[in-house]
Design a protein around this ligand. Structure first.
Ligand SMILES: Nc1ncnc2c1ncn2[C@@H]1O[C@H](COP(=O)(O)OP(=O)(O)OP(=O)(O)O)[C@@H](O)[C@H]1O
Ligand SMILES: [Mg+2]
Length: 271
């Protein structure tokens, strides 16, 4: 399901102009990472995708729906949004009940709800915690419950707002695997992330925002090559990318494999 933004502006009632004319499309099935400094407008932007916020001017289309013409409850069938802070979205007594809330609200019968819950708990490796109270889990695992409760809604678009914040390496790897699985299922996966390594490893397109506007939009490689523009929104390219630049390697690299092959070519011909 495609998402399209047309000259989106949004001003909070306090007068803060959080989005100042943002236009782009996200084709169905894309993996998109959104980066940019604190207050750049990233969360405000994605809250428009599921209708939590409505444009001050401009339009947001989710498939053929203009978000202004549909309720948040309706849009929830198309776009799942995992909050930046899991405690903003957890209310139930057990993990299984929590994860069932979304699919129940979408009106699925008990059998379908159960199969969606089972699948989401398997993907997030929470099967053993079905009867645990979410608040008895560590904050790291509460975040996984928040992920599971959105995955269980089986929406064509899934948005993660800062999924790796406060997570240990094992959970970051788990989240990476979940993203790949959702992608293989044909879903559009969007993440906001301050973790540039995570963004580069798991996504194909990258958008950098600053002060309510789009600064950069392209493949991950194209965007991380723009170190100067990224610096204006306080984003550092990955360490290996910066090291390669300092060495004077011609190509933009982002992981060990691409670094080593560029380095080998440079050793042969350092010109
Ligand atoms: N509920 C709100 N009321 C008023 N202003 C807000 C509200 N939420 C965000 N803002 C302001 O809107 C601007 C964009 O905020 P937003 O939360 O979208 O940024 P962000 O890129 O998600 O930042 P972060 O990386 O810190 O999460 C900021 O100036 C912020 O202070
Ligand atoms: Mg945010």
């Amino acid at each position: 399901m495609q998402i399209e933004l047309q000259d989106l502006h949004f001003t909070y009632p306090s007068g803060v102009e959080a989005l100042r004319g943002v236009s782009f499309q996200i084709p169905a099935g894309q993996k998109l990472a959104i980066v940019g400094q604190n207050g750049a407008g990233k969360t405000t932007l994605v809250k428009h995708f599921n209708g939590l916020l409505k444009p001050t001017s401009g339009r947001v289309l989710v498939g053929d729906w203009d978000t202004r013409e549909h309720t948040v409850a309706k849009l929830a069938a198309r776009v799942g949004y995992v909050f930046q802070n899991p405690d903003d979205q957890l209310f139930s007594r057990t993990v299984a009940q929590e994860v069932a809330v979304g699919p129940k609200n979408l009106g699925y019968d008990a059998q379908k709800v159960e199969s969606l819950v089972t699948d989401a708990l398997t993907l997030t490796e929470l099967t053993d915690q079905r009867e645990t109270n979410p608040y008895d889990l560590s904050p790291t695992w509460r975040k996984m419950v928040a992920l599971a409760s959105i995955i269980a809604m089986d929406t064509p678009v899934v948005i993660f707002d800062e999924p790796t914040t406060g997570q240990d390496a094992a959970n970051i790897a788990r989240i990476g695997r979940i993203i790949q699985t959702l992608h293989q299922r044909g879903k559009t996966v969007i993440a906001i992330s301050h973790d540039i390594d995570f963004a580069v490893e798991n996504f194909t397109r990258m958008i950098a925002m600053g002060q309510g506007k789009l600064l950069l939009d392209g493949s991950v490689l194209e965007v991380i090559a723009q170190a100067e523009t990224l610096a204006t929104t306080y984003v550092d390219p990955p360490q290996l990318t910066r090291l390669a630049t300092r060495l004077g390697l011609a190509e933009t690299v982002y992981d060990q494999a691409s670094f080593l092959s560029a380095y080998a070519r440079w050793r042969k011909d350092p010109s």
